[in-house]
Ligand binder design. Structure first.
Ligand SMILES: *Cc1c(COP(=O)(O)O)cnc(C)c1O
Length: 372
C-alpha cells in the first residue's frame, strides 16, 4: 500500500473557520459585549439582506432547516391527514417535517437529472394531496414551471425545501421563492454555514409571513402579546451576525463552487464510467450553485475505497439511504429509479477550502482508478 500524497477531507469544518477567524471573532465579540442574543438588530439585518439576496418579500431566521419546513407547512395550512408529495432522494428531515405536522409524506422518484420527477408526481396525486414539495438538491433548482403547472392543474400548493440551494436559480428566479414558502438550512456544511444549527423561511405571502413570525416565537406578536400557539425556533442573533458577514461574500463563494464544478467537468468529462452532474453553463435555464458534486459511477464502492486510500474523502448522500428505504418508518414504496441511483451515487469534495491543486489531485485519483 502506498502512502497518500494528499489528504483532502470531504468537508474541512475547522479550516473554514480558521480561514476567516479574526473577522468572525470580532463580529462575535461585538454581539456578546452588547449582550444582544435573541431577535436583535443583527437578526433583523440578516433577514433583510437574505430576502434581498433571494428576491423574496419576507425572510425569517429560525432554529434550523427542519423547523423551517415544519413552521412553513403549518403557516401554509397543511393539516393532519393531508398528503404532501416529495422526492425519496432527500434528507429524512423533509419527510419528518411533513410527519411532524400530522400530514403524510408521499415519496416520489427522481428523474434523470436527480431532481423530483414531475411524471411520478402526477402518478402520486390522490384526493388527499395538498402540496408538492420539491427539494432543490445539491444546489440545483427543479424545473419549477413543470411542477407549478401540475400544482395549478390539481389545486395544490408548492412548498420548497431549498435547504441545499441558497443562490440557485431557475429561469432567473431564486430557489425558495417559487412556492408559498421556501426553506434554507445554515447547517455548517451547507452553502452558507454557521457554527451550529440555523435555518430560514422565505415567503412572498403576507398572511403566511405573519403566521411564520408568530410560530417561531411562542405565538407572540410585535407587542409581545401571545395571540397564537407557537414554538421557540429562533435563529440565534450571534449566528445571524456571522451569517450576515458571510452573506457579503457569498456571490464569490458561488463563483468558486461553479469554478470547481467546471474543473471536475473538464477533468472527468471523458470518463465513460461516470455520469457527472450538469456543468455550470450546460443549460441556460439552470443556475446551479453546487452545494454538492454528486455523480454516478460504475463500480462505485471500489472507486470510493480507492479514493479513501488516496486520501480523498467522499460521501454517499444520506448515508446511502433514500427515505423510502427506511422500512422502520412504515414505507413500502417501490421506487426502482431511486434504488438504482443509490447504487451508483457518490459525492466528491466540494467546498471553499479546496485549492485548484486539490481538485486536480481528486481528478487524477479518479482517472487512475478507471485506468485513464
Ligand atoms: C440539511 C437539510 C435539511 C435540514 O436542515 P437542518 O438545518 O439540518 O435541520 C432539510 N432538507 C435538506 C434537503 C437538507 O439538505
Amino acid at each position: 500500500m502506498t502512502v497518500a500524497e494528499r489528504s483532502i477531507p470531504f468537508f474541512p469544518y475547522s479550516q473554514l473557520f480558521l480561514a476567516r477567524e479574526e473577522e468572525i471573532i470580532s463580529v462575535m465579540t461585538d454581539v456578546c459585549r452588547r449582550g444582544a442574543y435573541i431577535l436583535q438588530q443583527e437578526c433583523r439585518d440578516f433577514e433583510a439582506n437574505l430576502s434581498d439576496f433571494m428576491g423574496a418579500k419576507h425572510a425569517f431566521g429560525v432554529a434550523n432547516g427542519t423547523d423551517a419546513i415544519i413552521i412553513g407547512l403549518r403557516a401554509a395550512g397543511i393539516e393532519a391527514g393531508d398528503e404532501v408529495i416529495l422526492p425519496s432522494h432527500t434528507y429524512i428531515a423533509t419527510a419528518a417535517a411533513v410527519h411532524m405536522v400530522g400530514a403524510i409524506p408521499v415519496l416520489a422518484e427522481c428523474g434523470a437529472d436527480h431532481m423530483l420527477d414531475p411524471e411520478d408526481v402526477l402518478r402520486k396525486i390522490t384526493s388527499k394531496t395538498k402540496a408538492i414539495m420539491p427539494v432543490q438538491i445539491n444546489g440545483r433548482t427543479c424545473d419549477m414551471v413543470a411542477l407549478q403547472e401540475i400544482a395549478d392543474e390539481h389545486g395544490l400548493l408548492v412548498c420548497e425545501d431549498a435547504a441545499q440551494a441558497l443562490g440557485s436559480k431557475f429561469d432567473g428566479q431564486s430557489a425558495g421563492t417559487f412556492g408559498v414558502f421556501g426553506t434554507i438550512s445554515f447547517y455548517p456544511a451547507k452553502l452558507l454555514g454557521c457554527f451550529g444549527d440555523g435555518g430560514a423561511i422565505v415567503t412572498n405571502d403576507d398572511n403566511v409571513a405573519e403566521k411564520i413570525g408568530l410560530l417561531r416565537d411562542h405565538g407572540r406578536n410585535e407587542e409581545g402579546v401571545v395571540v397564537a400557539w407557537g414554538l421557540n425556533s429562533r435563529l440565534d442573533n450571534l449566528h445571524a451576525a456571522v451569517l450576515d458577514l458571510k452573506l457579503k461574500s457569498f456571490r464569490e463563494d458561488i463563483e468558486r463552487r461553479r469554478k470547481i464544478a467546471t474543473l471536475y467537468q473538464e477533468g472527468l468529462g471523458d470518463v465513460d464510467a461516470l455520469i457527472l452532474p450538469p456543468a455550470p453553463d450546460s443549460d441556460p435555464r439552470h443556475f446551479d450553485v453546487y452545494q454538492n458534486y454528486e455523480l454516478e459511477a460504475d463500480r462505485r464502492s471500489e472507486l470510493r475505497e480507492h479514493l479513501t486510500q488516496s486520501g480523498v474523502g467522499t460521501i454517499i448522500q444520506w448515508a446511502g439511504t433514500p427515505v423510502h428505504q427506511f422500512k422502520e418508518l412504515g414505507f413500502t414504496d417501490h421506487l426502482p429509479k431511486t434504488d438504482e441511483f443509490f447504487r451508483r451515487c457518490l459525492m466528491l469534495p466540494m467546498n471553499m477550502a479546496l485549492s485548484d491543486e486539490d481538485v486536480s489531485y481528486v481528478i487524477a485519483s479518479v482517472r487512475r482508478f478507471y485506468g485513464k
